[in-house]
Design a protein around this ligand. Structure first.
Ligand code: TXA
Ligand code: MG
Length: 336
């Protein structure tokens, strides 16, 4: 299949919408990461998304809408807290999970009785969804297990030749996926930290539960090992003196640094020299891809503070990591 690279202008958006209306699969920008979209009401179109991503069928997708009013028919019941959250955070990186309407195909929700919905804060996405005239089911536009694409070049790198089109809108602003919040349980529960900070959510949902859910309420896609780079990644645990195992020279390792310029590494990416965690989130996946492409023996990642978007960054780094590492002199000690 020839994948069309569409300009993010009215004509490109109209072509993307036409593909979606015909049951096609189109990658499109959102403020978080690029999504791989299909008509949410067509089980066949959504099946193609699972196929090209190589995504397991047990992992449900988020349905994207152009207005809050378009979300309501996807759910059976919309509690007041959902309306308050939509009012406060949409459009934006917050996904809400509620019991699904019968019209939502099972493949979208992986058989779950709930459906996750969000309204992205990206003009191109909103115009495309409105032009398609239907809700759009979309996981992140990467091959399953790889890190989410924050630029249309990343999408092409993973999926060129497998999908109908990519709307090319350059880098995404937030850079980390949406926060997923379940309102189908009481009290409401955080299923995945993301682009909407927990602190902001708590102002509206004071009884929010954040401990990792177990069993049926868990978010199936939040697998412990996810976002895996090809190069083994180790998260630095500050002051950890118990590291034993393989010793690698710094120059054989890449480092994903928070704000400090570490010396001696084979390759370095600094997420945010100012310490701004929003900037760090926006850089995260692209920086990881560049370090991975350097083909060094290991990537070591420096932790960031777990506040604001730092919570989501650390969640992604933990999932991407294969173990632990600590720095010792000119060497990096990794524990496998
Ligand atoms: O920012 C984002 O959320 C991006 C953009 C494209 O919107 N999308 C995204 O989709 O990250 P994906 O499929 O990579 O992650 C969706 C997450 C998964 O962890 C999935 O398990 C969870 O949302 N999810 C989807 N439907 C759910 C449901 N009904 N109940 C619980 N978790 C659900
Ligand atoms: Mg994903």
């Amino acid at each position: 299949m020839d994948t069309q690279l569409l300009a993010a202008d009215p004509s490109g958006i109209a072509q993307a919408a036409a593909f979606l209306s015909k049951g096609g699969v189109v990658a499109f920008p959102t403020e978080t990461v690029y999504g791989l979209g299909a008509d949410a009401h067509s089980a066949e179109a959504v099946a193609k998304v699972f196929e090209v991503k190589n995504r397991p069928r047990f992992d449900p997708t988020i349905v994207h809408v152009a207005t809050p009013a378009d979300a309501e028919p996807l759910w059976t019941d919309v509690p007041p807290v959902a309306r308050r959250l939509m009012e406060a955070f949409w459009p934006g990186p917050l996904t809400l999970v509620l019991p699904k309407a019968p019209s939502v195909p099972d493949i979208v929700t992986a058989g779950l009785p709930t459906v996750a919905v969000r309204m992205p804060a990206h003009k191109v996405a909103l115009e495309m969804i409105a032009a398609a005239g239907r809700p759009i089911a979309a996981p992140s536009a990467n091959r399953f297990g790889r890190s989410s694409p924050t630029h249309h070049d990343h999408v092409l790198g993973d999926l060129d030749g497998l999908i109908d089109a990519v709307l090319a809108a350059g880098p995404t602003a937030v850079g980390i996926e949406s926060t997923v919040l379940s309102l189908a349980v009481s009290p409401p529960r955080l299923l995945r930290p993301g682009g909407t900070p927990l602190e902001a959510l708590r102002e509206h949902v004071p009884d929010l539960r954040v401990d990792p859910p177990q069993g049926p309420s868990a978010s199936p896609g939040t697998l412990p090992r996810h976002y895996l780079p090809a190069t083994p990644l180790f998260l630095l645990e500050a002051g950890d003196a118990t590291c034993v195992g393989e010793i690698l020279e710094r120059r054989r390792c890449a480092i994903l640094a928070y704000r400090r310029r570490w010396e001696g590494f084979g390759k370095i990416e600094v997420l945010a020299d100012s310490g701004d965690l929003r900037q760090a989130a926006a850089q995260l996946f692209a920086a990881l891809r560049r370090l991975d492409a350097a083909g060094l023996a290991a990537i070591v990642a420096e932790p960031v503070p777990e506040e604001g978007l730092g919570l989501a960054i650390m969640d992604r780094l933990r999932r991407a990591s294969s173990g632990r590492a600590c720095l010792a002199g000119e060497h990096v000690q990794v524990q496998r």
